[in-house]
Design a protein around this ligand. Structure first.
Ligand code: F0G
Length: 378
């Protein structure tokens, strides 16, 4: 038992031996990680599918997305290096996480966001945590280019996933899945935008499979502490899903004007393109695209049928998985894990538009309430 009485204190403490963090570093944590792995039943039955399908609820991290995993490690390292400020470009979630961890650390944060294309909840978070929010007349890819140039000159640490410490933190989600299931899933399905997360999962699974000194190592530029025996001898097939209007992995080249309702993954020029392609190929996996309608349908079905409210970008993983299960590309009997990357409350506008007409206006009288109930239960 530690000084905290054994209570959970975040993923750096849990997986410290596998993370490149100095023993005496001041850990900047908000208690991220340790998220639930929930089995879906209704959607699987609705589809007549014969698989074990799980969702990793990353929206239950402190700022509501998986970005917290990378940010605790990146900001802990930035503070260890005496950095006084961090910067990122973001479609929203990275900026929310950067702002929160900078606040926790007592340093400044600067976030570049695309004009008018970030979900309201994410913007509120960055503003509340005291980030300097720089809204650019350009998309995420333009913002990414800018922050890379600025960070090369100004005294700020870049905390996009090109920062290897981000990827190191995010790999811990793969560890948690194997630890929770007691086995490696057969298939891992997730949304792909800037492609840091698929890269991170592949490093995590590879590390548990004891891939020290093999292909897995080239992803992390030698920052992985790989001196560990394998926990398992298997790795999953990695399935990456993109919105049809923002699908550089399906085109095999950058997309100049990416468009999708899933603003989190409205990205045309992913920074981890080659690493993600390598992960996909090595695992025997694939990339596939889904329409905005497919994405929003699945977001709603997850909410209505399973009680799980995720953001649109997250729903694409389940939409893709169920489609590939239906076609047999993911065979019957498989154990499948989907990452639900962010919470549905991040993007209330989309949800409310989608459910327009669901609020009944009634008079403030008992009879009116009763009539509404009886009408619905008939
Ligand atoms: N899902 C959500 C909710 C995201 O916010 C992101 C990325 C992804 C999936 C894709 O992950 O980039 O590692 O392939 N959001 C970034 C941001 C780009 O700025 O918040 P990825």
């Amino acid at each position: 038992m530690n000084a905290d009485g054994g209570r959970y204190t975040g993923l750096i403490e849990r997986y410290r031996a596998r993370l490149p963090i100095a023993a005496d570093a001041r850990v900047i944590s908000l208690g991220e990680g340790d998220t639930p792995l929930l089995r879906l039943t209704h959607l699987v039955r609705d589809a007549g599918a014969d698989v074990e399908l799980y969702v990793k609820l990353e929206g239950l991290n402190p700022t509501g997305s998986f970005k917290d995993r990378g940010m605790t490690v990146a900001v802990t390292q930035a503070v260890a290096e005496d950095s006084r400020a961090i910067i990122c470009a973001s479609t929203g979630n990275t900026s929310a996480a950067a702002a929160a961890y900078a606040a926790r650390a007592g340093i400044r944060s600067f976030v570049l966001i695309p004009h008018g294309k970030i979900a309201l909840g994410k913007l509120a978070q960055a503003m509340m945590h005291g980030a300097t929010v720089l809204q650019i007349r350009g998309n995420f890819d333009a913002g990414m280019q800018l922050v890379k140039e600025v960070a090369a000159n100004a005294p700020v640490t870049l905390v996009n996933s090109v920062n290897p410490y981000r990827i190191q933190g995010q790999k811990t989600a793969a560890f948690e899945i194997v630890d929770a299931l007691g086995r490696v899933p057969d298939y891992h399905c997730l949304p792909v935008g800037n492609a840091g997360n698929i890269t991170a999962y592949w490093i995590g699974y590879s590390e548990y499979a004891g891939c020290a000194g093999t292909a897995a190592c080239r992803f992390c530029a030698g920052t992985c502490p790989y001196a560990w025996p394998p926990v398992t001898d298997r790795r999953p097939v990695m399935c990456g899903y993109q919105a049809a209007g923002a699908a550089p992995f399906l085109r095999g080249e950058p997309v100049e004007h990416p468009e999708t309702v899933a603003t989190a993954i409205r990205i045309g020029n992913p920074q981890s393109f080659s690493q993600a392609q390598a992960a996909s190929q090595e695992s025997g996996g694939w990339f596939a695209a889904l329409s905005d309608d497919d994405i929003l349908d699945m977001q709603q079905r997850l909410a209505e049928r399973e009680g799980v409210f995720c953001e649109p970008a997250s729903a694409i993983a389940v939409a893709g998985a169920l489609r590939d299960i239906g076609s047999g590309r993911i065979p019957a009997g498989s154990v499948v894990v989907c990452t639900l990357t962010g919470h549905g409350l991040k993007d209330p506008d989309i949800a409310i538009q989608r459910c327009a007409g669901r609020v009944l206006e009634i008079e403030s009288r008992r009879e009116a309430v009763e009539r509404a109930i009886l009408d619905r239960l008939r």
